[in-house]
Design a protein around this ligand. Structure first.
Ligand code: PMT
Length: 399
């Protein structure tokens, strides 16, 4: 069943950023009820949030509502999570002391769901002992408080007080909505993105992987309580909150890193698109444009290490190892060969020629092939849902 998040927006310049958060949550089919203080409406209009959330936006305790006869109680009863962001010093003080004199503070008091607070204000205000004391109290009451980011603030001063990145607030919300902790106490290492093999100081061989699939697996695993090491090749994505993040360039470097951490891991997942070839010798200087008649350049390529195969040979008892197979033909047969040769527990086969599957897409179409030959073909799903299915299969194996 879809979850409902209440977002209480209070009067700070960062209020406009909440539009992005609301649309991201809606894309995940999460119901969003936006409440705004009168000051918040001076920074961004309720109409923006009404359009994005597709629900009434309440700004006033006395506002007539089509949805709730007694708004503050009705809203509070619907919530699975209440988020106050940006949270001003004033709203934090009211929540600390049980003052309920506007819609947001009244819902906060009537609410029984978990609460996430993202403070955002001038750094002197944030560092003021009164505000710090209030935040400590709220934390003792069980509220989750996100640390603000540091940097240049809208008022010109520099220091802590910026609203954390929307991505961070979003990830925190997803984690708080998803209390399933079936990987608690487990350490999972996943690789993602494309490896890069140098040809010369300015050119390299890479592939189309963006890292989306592997980063989603890392995110899902942290959400479910695992300690996660994300070994990433080239990718423009921001690592999920709370992962140990290690960058790798070529296949050899990625292999060395993963071999180092393998002994401490319970689960290893290979989602990276590891290049199979590299130049036999990378040139020290930029290779000049060919001046010969044919204009051609011949590069000699040699194999890179097969990371999963290397790790598969060193697999410790009880360690679960999962690979992907990116195929353009004979999906199941090719994937089964990789499952065997790399000593994996199961393999996730994706036909990367299919629309909505494989590289760069936000979705994937995969077949999970177990060691006993059992196969499970999943329909077109978001990479987030695919990641959840993979983690479900891992949990099954562990139990
Ligand atoms: O990153 P995205 O844009 O979201 O795209 C996702 C993806 C298509 C990259 C992902 O779904 C995927 O299929 N990843 C595996 C890509 C790949 O290298 O497949 P492969 O069939 O060539 O390799 C089989 C397995 O061996 C993979 O788990 C791979 O990580 C691993 N491998 C391959 C070669 C090598 N030298 N070392 C390896 O460890």
């Amino acid at each position: 069943m879809s979850k409902t998040v209440g977002i209480g927006i209070t009067g700070g310049i960062a209020a406009y950023k909440m539009a992005d958060l609301v649309s991201r949550l809606r894309k995940d089919d999460i119901e969003v009820i936006v409440m705004m203080t009168e000051s918040a409406t001076r920074f961004i209009t309720p109409l923006t949030f009404k359009t994005l959330s597709n629900r009434e936006v309440i700004t006033d305790l006395w506002q007539d509502s089509q949805e709730w006869p007694v708004q503050h109680i009705g809203i509070a009863e619907e919530l699975d999570l209440l988020v106050i962001a940006p949270a001003t010093a004033n709203m934090i003080a009211k929540m600390t002391h049980g003052i309920a004199d506007d819609l947001v503070s009244t819902v906060a008091l009537a609410n029984t769901a978990p609460v996430l607070i993202a403070p955002a204000m001038n750094s002197n205000m944030y560092q003021n002992l009164v505000v710090q004391d209030n935040l400590k109290k709220l934390s003792l009451y069980g509220y989750e408080i996100l640390d603000p980011a540091s940097g240049v603030l809208a008022c010109g001063s520099i220091g802590p007080g910026r609203l954390p990145e929307i991505d961070i607030i979003y990830q925190k919300i997803i984690r708080m909505l998803n209390p399933k902790q079936d990987l608690k106490g487990k350490r999972l290492m996943v690789n993602a993105g494309t490896t890069c093999e140098d040809i010369d100081p300015v050119r390299f061989i890479a592939n189309r992987s963006t890292g989306k699939m592997g980063y989603m697996i890392a995110e899902e695993a942290v959400c479910r309580g695992a300690q996660v090491i994300l070994v990433s090749g080239k990718s423009d994505l921001t690592p999920p909150l709370g992962v140990d993040y290690i960058k790798a360039w070529g296949a050899q470097e990625m292999c060395d890193i993963m071999l180092k951490y393998q002994p401490m891991c319970d689960i290893i997942i290979g989602a990276a698109a590891v290049g199979d070839f590299k130049a036999s010798r990378a040139a020290n200087q930029k290779i000049k444009k060919m001046e010969n008649k044919s204009g051609s350049l011949t590069l000699e390529l040699v194999s890179t290490p097969d990371i999963l195969k290397t790790l598969g040979q060193a697999k410790k008892p009880g360690q679960v190892m999962v690979g992907f197979a990116a195929e353009t033909q004979d999906l199941i047969d090719n994937a089964k060969k990789k499952l065997e040769s790399k000593n994996l527990d199961f393999i996730v086969a994706n036909d990367v020629t299919m629309e909505g599957a494989g590289f760069a897409a936000d979705t994937n179409i995969v077949t999970i092939i177990e060691r006993n030959g059992e196969t499970r073909s999943l329909p077109l799903m978001s990479k987030k849902e695919v990641a959840a299915s993979i983690i479900d299969s891992v949990v099954n194996l562990l139990s």
